[in-house]
Write a protein that binds this ligand. Structure first.
Ligand code: FAD
Length: 272
């Protein structure tokens, strides 16, 4: 079976790779950790991707970035198609992390890995626009994922509030619990509306007549708004379950940990 991964983040370059408008991005002193050189009709890849590549230790193929023109600094990069069973490829062991533990992550090491010349998929000139578009796709999907996560946390809290009795009645009958559930619900519905707009923009991307809102901006709005909402809703769900919210026996603690990761995953929220 084939399993892909997007290998962009490097040990020295996380957010850096997204700051395409800043001066340092074009400064030759900033060198990508993976470099590619053309030898005859083959690209030779050398360097390391960070431990945060989703699927990095189990993927069969990578869409991987590397520097091809160091005189342009980080801007002088391209994306390649790279099978991961080639000589010189080593994948790291799965990373242990606080949330989204079921999403595998690991490094990819490249030691003079040779790929055909036509495995270059995005050249230097196309790098920035291509990155913006697949970033927007990733953001839109993150918005949807976060909305689903928030809804799951809300449902857990709602069900618990119906059965947990304190003060002589189910806690859902206390006005403050109802208000807290309502605030969670309104955040989810706001997320749902925004994430749908962003997903609509991604599906209309190739049809200029249907494309009524800017994909990149709405993708970023969706990612930031929905992941923040998911984190807040999951946090409140833990709180409504009381100490049980922290127990492994209930899924709320997992949803909370997973939500925390979404604020960083696919780009730091505060850097959008
Ligand atoms: C669950 C998960 C899945 C991921 N999957 C992938 C994947 O599949 N492929 C992939 O390539 N990467 C992946 N990543 C990596 C992710 O894209 C990076 O972690 C993210 O871009 C941030 O980079 P960093 O961790 O190096 O943080 P850094 O960039 O080092 O940021 C550290 C801190 O510095 C701040 N900062 C950074 N630059 C600036 C600046 N210019 N001005 C002000 N403040 C700044 C940030 O806001 C942050 O608070 C994943 C990450 C996670 C958590």
């Amino acid at each position: 079976s084939i399993r892909g991964c997007l290998a962009n983040t490097e040990p020295d370059h996380g957010t850096n790779l997204t700051r395409v408008g800043e001066e340092f991005y074009r400064n030759p002193q900033f060198r990508r950790n993976v470099q590619a050189r053309l030898e005859g009709n083959e690209w030779v890849l050398k360097g390391q991707k960070s431990a945060w590549i989703s699927g990095g230790s189990i993927a069969t193929h990578a869409f991987i970035s590397g520097g091809v023109d160091p005189s342009e600094g980080l801007k002088g990069g391209s994306f390649f198609f790279c099978p991961l069973d080639l000589d010189g490829v080593t994948c790291g062991k799965p990373l242990e992390k606080v949330g989204q533990r079921d999403l595998n992550q690991g490094e990819i090491y490249l030691d003079d890995v040779r790929i055909p010349e036509n495995y270059l998929l995005v050249d230097v000139d196309a790098l920035i626009p291509t990155q913006a578009v697949f970033g927007a796709y990733a953001y839109s999907n993150m918005g949807s994922l976060a909305t689903g996560l928030a809804r799951a946390a809300f449902e857990e809290a709602l069900e618990y509030a119906k059965i947990r009795v304190q003060g002589g009645k189910p806690i859902i009958e206390h006005a403050s619990i109802k208000q807290r559930l309502f605030r969670m619900f309104s955040k989810i519905e706001t997320s749902r509306a925004i994430s749908r707009l962003a997903m609509q923009a991604t599906s209309n991307f190739y049809d200029t007549e249907l494309m009524t809102i800017p994909l990149i901006e709405y993708g970023a709005i969706s990612k930031v708004t929905c992941t923040r909402a998911a984190y807040e809703v999951a946090d409140e769900a833990v709180q409504i379950l009381g100490s049980n919210g922290l127990a492994r026996e209930y899924i709320t603690e997992k949803l909370f940990r997973d939500a925390r990761a979404t604020l960083i995953e696919d780009g730091m929220n505060e850097m959008q």
